[in-house]
Design a protein around this ligand. Structure first.
Ligand code: SF4
Ligand code: SF4
Ligand code: FES
Length: 301
């Protein structure tokens, strides 16, 4: 976890070590800036742009932790630049800001996150069952509060993709991207699978084509989520249990039959997705100059 101790950093100077480059390569450049009380990392980046490097590329929109645009690696930890206060970083030390390492570089701190949008297209959409006669008479299905709360947790996601960035299954293995959805999309599938009215059955797809079995529940994704979504405990582990139920538990199998859940083949699931797009984006090899991945064992927890 980041050190959340607040330090008085006003009045001095801070060295910002920012990665500059493009897909052909690059390197870190240092910018010494005055320290200003109350700033977040994104504020200092903006001052660097205004005074030292007008061509520095960084992506941001809301500056309020809600658009998910300003994701980067601050001192090696996947974080939102707009939500990382300068006075929580070690005083007197250089602040290193690098682009997310799991995605291809566009320029400087900006990465191409379209891999995630391709994965999103492959998740079978919400498909509600027909209302019963009683429900029609009552004006509709009455959802239980527990079901509302379960999906609300996952709907807090701002699609910053920090969880995708930190997940060692793709961070350390580009080749896995074609067959791995990643934590953000396991949470999306869990949200849909846990909806009491949904009739799609995504378990075979999750297991066979979206790599649920590759997740070894290290919880790194949960640790970096700015919305504090318990991705591992509340989405991934329940999904893994459902996949096991589907294969080995006859009672659960019978329950699904009675509830008329329809199991989609991977091909059916792909066809029912909102947009069956091209194969997942294959990013180029890691750009030289970007800090190399720590091993799975050393990844931020
Ligand atoms: S628990 Fe670990 S392996 Fe599983 S999705 Fe999260 S970061 Fe990846
Ligand atoms: S689950 Fe959390 S870390 Fe992952 S994309 Fe959503 S908000 Fe970001
Ligand atoms: S600028 Fe929107 S989350 Fe940081």
């Amino acid at each position: 976890m980041a050190d959340e101790t607040v330090h008085d950093n006003a009045g001095g100077e801070v060295t910002m070590r920012l990665w500059r480059g493009d897909p052909s390569g690059g390197e870190f450049a240092d910018y010494v800036m005055p320290s200003v009380e109350g700033e977040v990392v994104l504020d200092v980046i903006h001052r660097v742009q205004a005074t030292e490097a007008p061509d520095l590329a960084c992506r941001w929109n809301c500056k309020a932790g809600k658009c998910g645009s300003c994701s980067a690696e601050i001192n090696g930890r996947p974080s939102l630049m707009c939500m990382t206060r300068m006075d929580t970083l070690p005083p007197g030390e250089t602040v290193t800001v690098a682009p997310m390492r799991s995605f291809p570089i566009l320029r400087d701190l900006v990465t191409d996150v379209s891999y995630n949008y391709e994965v999103a297209k492959r998740i079978p959409p919400f498909s509600p069952r027909d209302k019963t006669a009683d429900e029609r008479e009552a004006g509709g299905y009455r959802m239980q509060q527990i079901d509302v709360e379960r999906s609300q947790e996952f709907r807090k996601c701002i699609e910053c993709f920090l969880c995708q960035d930190v997940c060692h299954v793709i961070r350390d293995h580009e080749e896995n991207k074609t067959a791995y959805a990643g934590p953000r999309f396991f949470a999306r599938s869990a949200e849909l699978e846990m909806h009491p009215l949904d009739t799609n059955d995504r378990r075979e797809l999750l297991q066979q084509e979206q790599g649920l079995g590759k997740c070894n529940i290290t919880k790194c994704c949960t640790e970096v989520c700015p919305e504090h979504i318990k991705i591992t405990d509340n989405a991934i582990i329940p999904l893994k249990e459902r996949v096991v139920d589907a294969s080995y538990d006859p009672v659960a199998w019978l329950g699904r039959k009675i509830r008329k859940r329809r199991k989609l083949t991977p091909a059916e699931a792909a066809a029912s997705s909102p947009a069956a797009g091209p194969p997942a984006v294959q990013p180029p090899l890691a750009v030289e100059g970007i800090p190399q991945p720590v091993s799975a064992d050393d990844a931020p927890r």
